[in-house]
Design a protein around this ligand. Structure first.
Ligand SMILES: Nc1ncnc2c1ncn2[C@@H]1O[C@H](COP(=O)(O)OP(=O)(O)OP(=O)(O)O)[C@@H](O)[C@H]1O
Ligand SMILES: [Mg+2]
Length: 243
């Protein structure tokens, strides 16, 4: 493998569980020390001792059931989520599209959000203005580009988000199942763009429930099951087990 762009060494992530206060707030306060102990001990482990590497220029797919921990894994790579244990090392500038409408403001128009999002993703304001026409053209949102995005459909939000990312120059690109809400035409356009990124040597980590897209884009696949890595391998090896 090339020099690693992403390295996970026995990374675990757990969350506190919410507890219903069965005895009510009074009883909770009265038994505070025990209550706190119960809360502290009831943790839910989302990822358990996950170890893997992604080489520079490699495309890695992440698959697994709902709630398996895929988005958590991307959040950890992006540095948005901190691990409870283990070590994460990332080399390169990260561009990510992790949630629908993430980094957008509902009251602003599509155009205004492009500026805000572009800057959030590391471009200067001037760079965004220079790329504005291309971004809008890619999004194919027509007149809606000057409407507040609170009236956008989920597919339209995905178009806006991906169009900004498509005009970045990512070293490491993280994408979390955004294509699924786009229509066929837009999905094709996005896939083509991602192939271009791949050719240009970008490292990609791509979460998807579409095995077709995983096969198309990824050199290797990680199947996350029961909070940990079940299999790592080529799409041809891993996907038949998963499906
Ligand atoms: N902030 C949080 N606090 C507590 N639990 C969380 C938090 N974020 C995620 N979880 C839990 O972690 C588990 C993994 O969530 P995650 O979003 O990573 O799953 P996923 O594999 O991306 O699922 P999907 O395919 O539905 O997108 C879930 O059980 C979820 O409830
Ligand atoms: Mg998810």
């Amino acid at each position: 493998m090339n020099e690693p762009a992403i390295l996970f060494d026995r990374v675990s992530k757990s969350y506190h569980l919410y507890h219903p206060m069965t005895g009510g707030i009074k009883s909770f306060l009265f038994h505070l020390p025990e209550a706190v102990k119960i809360l502290k001990n009831s943790r839910y482990e989302v990822l358990k001792e996950v170890t893997f590497q992604v080489g520079k220029g490699e495309s890695l797919g992440i698959i697994g059931r709902n709630g398996a921990g895929k988005s958590t894994l991307l959040g950890l790579i992006a540095g948005i989520i901190k691990p409870t244990q283990g070590k994460i090392a990332v080399q390169g500038r990260i561009s990510s599209l992790l949630e629908l409408g993430g980094g957008f403001h509902p009251e602003l128009t599509g155009r205004e959000n492009i500026v805000m999002n572009g800057v959030l993703l590391g471009l200067t304001k001037n760079e965004v203005f220079q790329k504005m026409d291309e971004i809008i053209e890619f999004s194919d949102l027509g007149d809606f580009i000057d409407q507040p995005i609170k009236i956008y459909s989920s597919g339209m939000l995905a178009r806006l988000g991906f169009s900004v990312v498509a005009n970045l120059d990512p070293e490491i690109l993280l994408i979390d199942e955004i294509l699924a809400v786009g229509d066929m035409e837009f999905q094709k356009k996005c896939l083509k763009k991602m192939m271009d990124f791949k050719k240009s040597g970008a490292t990609m980590v791509f979460v998807s429930h579409s095995m077709e897209n995983i096969k198309l884009l990824c050199d290797r696949v990680i199947w996350i099951d029961r909070h940990t890595i079940k299999i790592v391998g080529s799409p041809e090896e891993v996907i038949p087990h998963y499906v």
